[in-house]
Write a protein that binds this ligand. Structure first.
Ligand SMILES: [Ca+2]
Ligand SMILES: [Ca+2]
Length: 172
């Protein structure tokens, strides 16, 4: 009598279930998609922060530049000097009464003109440079009185530059 050949029987673990390899591949795919999604969210938040920082920096620069431009071109009292005049305190803007008094002014955190520190702005710095420039070409710095002063206000946050504004004040 001839021996009968054993009938093929499908393994039970294949019926209605994932194999171990399929499960691992699925987890890898989900993991990669999750990382990509988190990276996208992180990049979006970073862009929002940078936009906010630039906007705040510009506001800080504009407010100080506006204050400087309410001052006359040169000191109204006595012999004007480039920088603070005799008797004016260079540590606070309270006594500043002309544009070039602000030359080399810097403060962190930013302060009001009275010297009051702006609360919650500890990482921010404002600084000012004033230079005589050629009225016909304000990119050319002059070593002597030229009847035009270029005022540059820079704002840093955490040591990084975030805003720079430049304006020219002339002696009418
Ligand atoms: Ca002055
Ligand atoms: Ca002055």
């Amino acid at each position: 009598m001839m021996p009968t050949q054993a009938k093929y029987k499908r393994p039970a673990y294949r019926i209605g279930a994932f194999t171990l390899v399929e499960s691992v591949i699925s987890m890898v795919i989900v993991g990669v998609m999750l990382v990509a999604a988190l990276n996208t969210v992180g990049a979006s938040r970073l862009n929002q922060y940078k936009t906010w920082t630039r906007a705040q920096g510009r506001l800080l620069a504009e407010s100080l530049l506006a204050e400087i431009f309410t001052q006359p071109y040169s000191d109204p009292n006595g012999a004007p000097l480039f920088g603070v005049e005799v008797g004016e305190d260079a540590d606070t803007r309270d006594a500043f009464d002309d544009v070039d008094d602000y030359h080399t002014w810097t403060s962190s955190p930013p302060t009001e003109k009275t010297g009051t520190e702006m609360a919650s702005w500890g990482r921010w710095r404002r600084s000012v440079t004033v230079e005589w420039v050629d009225p016909a070409n304000p990119t050319l710095v002059q070593g002597t009185e030229s009847m035009a002063k270029r005022v540059t206000v820079k704002v840093h946050c955490g040591g990084m530059p975030v805003a720079t504004l430049v304006a020219i004040k002339t002696d009418h």
